[in-house]
Design a protein around this ligand. Structure first.
Ligand code: MG
Length: 168
């Protein structure tokens, strides 16, 4: 029971996350924890993995625990260039302490280029491992915006995540 409004908590919790970063030359491109062959990477304080950042925000949102910015501030040196999988595993550790597990996660990456279909299986495997769930509970999709907007002009990448958590 919620101690304020006397309504029973649902046995599932839903969360969404969105992140976007601009392309810059001279950086590796990492999406969903997988190194992607491309001539540019994403500008960021961390490794710029927009997919994992959106996923972390969805997880934190579902747990009502704020957002990635307040857990891992982008002005702190300890997070400079950090592998975003480390952040994801820390978020999952926090959820685990609260008895929460992933029901499923659905991710959408919006990028005009590069083509991401060849990397989907690898991203799914990496994310399922960090989410501590079977690959069947994780879906990674990629789409374009038919050359419209910043993603369509190839200026950056945006990622969307929706997750269901189950547990207490
Ligand atoms: Mg980010």
């Amino acid at each position: 029971m919620n101690d304020k409004c006397q309504q029973p908590l649902l046995p599932i919790r839903i969360g969404q996350g969105i992140d976007a970063h601009p392309f810059v030359p001279g950086r590796p491109l990492v999406l969903g924890g997988v190194r992607i062959e491309h001539d540019q990477g994403l500008a960021a304080h961390s490794d710029g993995d927009v997919v994992i950042h959106a996923l972390c925000d969805a997880l934190l949102g579902a747990a009502a625990l704020g957002d990635i910015g307040n857990w891992f501030p982008d002005h702190e040196d300890q997070y400079a260039g950090i592998d975003s999988r480390i952040l994801l595993r820390r978020v999952m550790g926090t959820l685990g302490e609260r008895g929460l597990v992933v029901g499923n996660a659905d991710l959408t990456i919006v990028a005009q280029r590069p083509k991401l279909a060849p990397y989907r299986a690898a991203m799914t495997e990496v994310l399922a491992a960090d989410l501590r769930c079977p690959m069947e509970q994780v879906n990674v999709k990629a789409t374009t915006t038919e050359r419209m907007g910043f993603a369509g002009r190839g200026e950056g990448i945006v990622a969307f995540a929706v997750v269901i958590l189950t547990g207490s």
